[in-house]
Design a protein around this ligand. Structure first.
Ligand SMILES: C[S@@+](CC[C@H](N)C(=O)[O-])C[C@H]1O[C@@H](n2cnc3c(N)ncnc32)[C@H](O)[C@@H]1O
Length: 275
């Protein structure tokens, strides 16, 4: 199996759409009149979840009509936010076929299919024309991709000159051994976390100027504390989180949260301009 096949298999659930619709229905949502906010908690797979997407979007200088490619779009939560809140035309691409199918289905149920589309494919061989996007985003995807030089070259290729690339990625902040399983990999074999220095260097090599860098650890730590407080009060983790994360969800979540709290990892946002 290639690394990409292993990564896609890691994220594949098998009956994710049925499970998500069941969770939504059990929590009283009207599946036939689904609103975007009904999906909160089930459609974003990154530290800080929807709150982080909202903050990240503020730095992307988005406006109606801009073409945005979300690379590694997962279940499509961030893509739908960029379209719904700013009017961007969003193209999502993801390696995991099941995520793409569920992303399409949830988007149609929310009535956003005119603005947001998804397709299966690799971030290392983007099926988009050169110079065709104003914005690109990469949210918690680089941890699964070893060849970041090729990833950034592909992203630079599809951006228009002057276009912006927003990354919100888990980066390694100091020497140390990561605990596994992590949310993105059960073992180190398909995990390629690296430092912000490496990201910055490779972005510059690929033709980007990094204009902004923010450490979003505080938000991730606050949400982890809130989740722990809920668990201690007997409320438990929400079922959406467990379903999307899959096997050993609590252990994987706890490993990444503890690594952020210990300063070993951090969710870092960077905004880079195509020069
Ligand atoms: C942790 S999830 C994040 C999903 C989404 N960006 C979000 O924030 O909700 C990582 C996603 O990256 C995708 N991915 C990993 N490697 C990829 C690659 N080489 N090409 C495209 N997608 C990839 C996975 O299939 C998965 O959907």
């Amino acid at each position: 199996m290639s690394t990409e096949e292993k990564v896609a298999s890691h994220y594949t659930h098998g009956s994710l759409e049925t499970a998500i619709l069941q969770i939504l229905s059990t929590s009283g949502k009207d599946i036939d009149n689904l609103r975007l906010r009904d999906l909160a908690g089930v459609d974003e797979f990154h530290l800080g979840r929807h709150a982080a997407t909202v903050e990240f979007a503020l730095d992307l200088d988005l406006s109606a009509g801009l073409r945005l490619a979300d690379i590694g779009s997962g279940l499509g939560g961030p893509a739908r936010h960029f379209a719904d809140s700013y009017g961007c035309a969003v193209s999502g691409i993801d390696l995991t076929e099941e995520f793409v199918q569920v992303a399409k289905s949830l988007t149609a149920l929310c009535g956003l299919a005119d603005l947001v589309s998804f397709r299966q494919g690799s971030a290392l061989d983007l099926p988009f024309e050169s110079g065709s996007f104003d914005r690109t985003t990469l949210i918690h995807v680089g941890m699964n991709i070893e060849d970041k030089a090729r990833l950034f070259a592909e992203i630079r290729r599809i951006l228009k000159p002057g276009g912006r690339f927003g990354l919100y990625e888990i980066m390694q902040m100091r020497e140390g051994t990561l605990p596994y399983p992590m949310p993105w990999a059960m073992e180190p074999e398909t995990s390629f976390v690296c430092s912000s220095d490496v990201y910055r260097h490779l972005l510059e090599e690929a033709g980007f100027a990094v204009e902004l860098e923010r450490d979003r650890s505080a938000l991730a730590i606050r949400l982890a504390h809130e989740a722990r407080a809920k668990a201690a009060a007997g409320e438990g983790r929400d079922p959406g989180f467990r379903t999307v994360m899959g096997p050993r969800a609590s252990e994987r979540s706890s490993n990444v949260n503890m690594s952020v709290e210990a300063g070993l990892l951090a969710p870092i946002e960077m905004i880079a301009r195509a020069v």
